[in-house]
Design a protein around this ligand. Structure first.
Ligand SMILES: [Zn+2]
Ligand SMILES: [Zn+2]
Length: 208
């Protein structure tokens, strides 16, 4: 089951130009079974999402991309509206209380990654990044960062033993599905999604 875990739509995410109606059509066209709406600091309404999913015969899950003082975090299963500055520790407390699931989004976006002749972040330094101590998983494939930034996230997730997830972070329609999680089992509800993420019953791929 192919699910893009990280998608932004307009107008809830002002930085996106994806219309939700176009999104469901494109998702079906490229063969996604579903996607997660992870707007910035705003959750879709339960009924709205249910209607959009049922009317179009596709699975849609509600997420949220929350900006913490230590970086962006994708959360699933957290209904609380979080506004203003929050630390990743404070957010993780909320996540635990709610039985939710959180993912460090694009943790090395914009970082100079170690490499030939480049003074950048070493793997050891990268593993010590604070945000990684207060999340359930790490986004190791994000459609809007460089390959080396994704690769560093991948190595870090392996080293610290957290599940590595994937999502397009689409802000434009043609980016949808560039990275997806491929789940072993059927995902029907948000609870299923969280359970399967926690159990790492997925691999990573693309729908493009
Ligand atoms: Zn982000
Ligand atoms: Zn995003």
């Amino acid at each position: 089951m192919l699910i893009d875990l990280h998608v932004h739509t307009y107008p809830r995410s002002q930085c996106s130009n994806i219309d939700p109606m176009d999104l469901v059509q494109e998702a079906k066209r490229i063969g996604l079974d579903g996607f997660c709406l992870t707007e910035h600091q705003v959750l879709w309404g339960v009924d709205e999402v249910k209607r959009l999913a049922e009317d179009n015969g596709i699975k849609i899950f509600r997420g949220n991309e929350i900006t913490t003082a230590q970086g962006d975090v994708l959360v699933f299963g957290l209904d609380k509206d979080i506004q203003g500055v929050i630390t990743v520790q404070e957010l993780y407390k909320e996540v635990k209380t709610a039985g939710a699931f959180s993912i460090a989004a694009h943790p090395f976006r914009g970082f100079k990654v170690f490499g030939l002749g480049q003074i950048g972040l070493s793997l050891d330094q990268a593993c010590k990044k604070k945000i990684l101590q207060f999340v359930d998983a790490v986004e190791i494939r994000n459609g809007r960062v460089t390959e080396s930034e994704n690769e560093l996230a991948h190595k870090v997730a392996e080293r610290i033993g957290l599940p590595g997830t994937a999502g397009s972070d689409a802000h434009e329609l043609d980016a949808l599905g560039t990275w997806v999680a491929i789940f072993e089992n059927d995902i029907r509800t948000e609870a299923d999604l969280i359970k399967e993420l926690r159990a790492e019953k997925f691999t990573i791929g693309t729908a493009r």
